[in-house]
Ligand binder design. Structure first.
Ligand SMILES: [Zn+2]
Length: 428
């Protein structure tokens, strides 16, 4: 009797802090993303640590005592999605000079809103690559402490970059002495900056190797960091147990970043055959953000993007999509990366249909956002698949994503670590 009472008290304690209780989900269909197979009438069992303990046919899989499976028999389940390139604290409606008016605390509040939107869209893990004032560290820690709702986050803090480069801030004249906090010139200053961002909470290092689209006074194709600087950054980061993501649109910078030992190339827009061959040789992931071009061209001017940025996007957007197709057909490794924050958060899944339009099968695009992304993050044993030992990060949709990948744009059920964040099936 007393033991039962204690058990109830313990349960109440856990529920109030959004911890998982043992449970199970019955899925009408379940996509085995690793094998690319759709399974029927499956049950997923998870424990009170929020980890999957068993997956199998509903008829033969034993449920723990006292557990009733949640009924998703009309739905298709798949692992929580992963976006390896977000800016969760960025507001897509404030770009260029408009963004100068946003304080660091205000940016953090924006991040709280966007973390919830991203999770509810089915993205249970993100890699955030670039934020001002360590706002992404704050959002990550708030989520991990159970104070706010959001995906699992690996975060970079401020992006490293050269003076006057894509990851500096070039909007104000010299008397304002405005320098982005990630600016570091020279191999040893860059090494020191790697140490600094790790000191303040970075899980991953973001570096701007080439020019970019949304920065003032540079060109996407132009190299910024030298091979020597990139090599120093990669060595320092790896020594300290962090991977490195390099923003690189330019042909030369992509090759320099790969040769430096960097783990993923972001944007990859102007990659050539030699760059693709190098990426395959080094095992480097190529991350192409091929959805947001549409948003920049349609909405960018309203959001305050500079006219030069719109012009740059017009030149590079289509080339990036063509090179995505070519790199994929050439056998390069790819992870799902959208640059959320350039376009509205929560629309991340709109990139799936672009990836299919430009050469992937639906299962390829889904693998890019699950098993491949997990591998790039270094979390292959934890996320990106519904398998024993992985977190119970599970989403569900109506319909078959292998027949129509756009069903992923309307995720109806989201569970993270055994805790339900959204269930539109329950209200019907
Ligand atoms: Zn970005």
């Amino acid at each position: 009797m007393r033991r039962t009472f204690l058990a109830i008290l313990v349960c109440l304690f856990f529920v109030s802090f959004s911890h998982a209780a043992p449970g199970a989900i019955r899925c009408g269909k379940l996509l085995d993303v690793r094998a690319g197979r759709m399974l029927s009438d499956q049950v997923v069992v998870f424990d009170d640590s929020g980890s999957v303990t068993a997956v199998g046919p509903a008829a033969s899989t034993k449920l723990p005592a006292g557990v009733t499976a949640m009924d998703l028999s009309a739905a298709t389940c798949l692992p929580g999605l992963i976006d390896v390139h977000t800016h969760i604290t960025a507001d897509p409606n404030a770009s260029g000079y408009q963004a100068l008016a946003i304080s660091v605390p205000r940016e953090a509040v924006t991040g709280v809103k966007n973390a919830r939107l991203t999770l509810r869209a089915g993205f249970t893990t993100v890699r955030n690559v670039g934020a001002t004032g360590y706002t992404d560290v704050a959002v990550r820690d708030g989520i991990n402490d159970g104070q706010i709702e959001g995906p699992r986050m690996l975060v970079s803090g401020p992006a490293l970059g050269i003076t006057g480069g894509h990851c500096d801030n070039n909007l104000l004249p010299s008397e304002f002495h405005n320098k982005a906090e990630g600016v570091a010139d020279g191999p040893w200053a860059a090494r020191a900056k790697v140490r600094e961002v790790i000191k303040y909470g970075a899980d991953v290092i973001k570096v701007c190797a080439s020019g970019g689209v949304l920065s003032k006074g540079d060109q996407p194709g132009t190299p910024q960091y030298t091979l020597e600087e990139l090599t120093a950054i990669a060595e320092e980061a790896h020594k300290l147990g962090r991977k490195v993501a390099a923003h690189a649109h330019g042909t030369q910078s992509i090759k320099d970043a790969i040769r430096a030992g960097i783990d993923s190339i972001e944007h990859s827009s102007l990659i050539d055959d030699e760059g693709i061959a190098l990426a395959k040789q080094h095992g480097t992931y190529l991350d192409f953000d091929i959805y947001n071009d549409d948003f920049i061209l349609q909405e960018g001017a309203k959001a305050g993007m500079l006219p030069e940025s719109i012009e740059k996007e017009k030149k590079i957007g289509r080339l990036q999509r063509e090179n995505f197709r070519h790199a994929w057909e050439s056998g390069a490794k790819m992870a799902f990366a959208t640059d959320a924050g350039v376009y509205p958060h929560g629309d991340n899944a709109k990139q799936f249909s672009k990836m299919v339009e430009w050469g992937m099968k639906p299962i390829d695009a889904i693998q890019a956002a699950t098993v491949n992304a997990a591998d790039l993050l270094g979390w292959a044993g934890k996320v990106g698949a519904i398998e024993p030992g992985h977190y119970a990060d599970i989403i569900a949709v109506s319909g078959d994503p292998l027949a129509n990948v756009r069903v992923l744009e309307a995720v109806k059920f989201v569970m993270k670590g055994g805790v339900v964040a959204r269930n539109d099936f329950a209200s019907k």
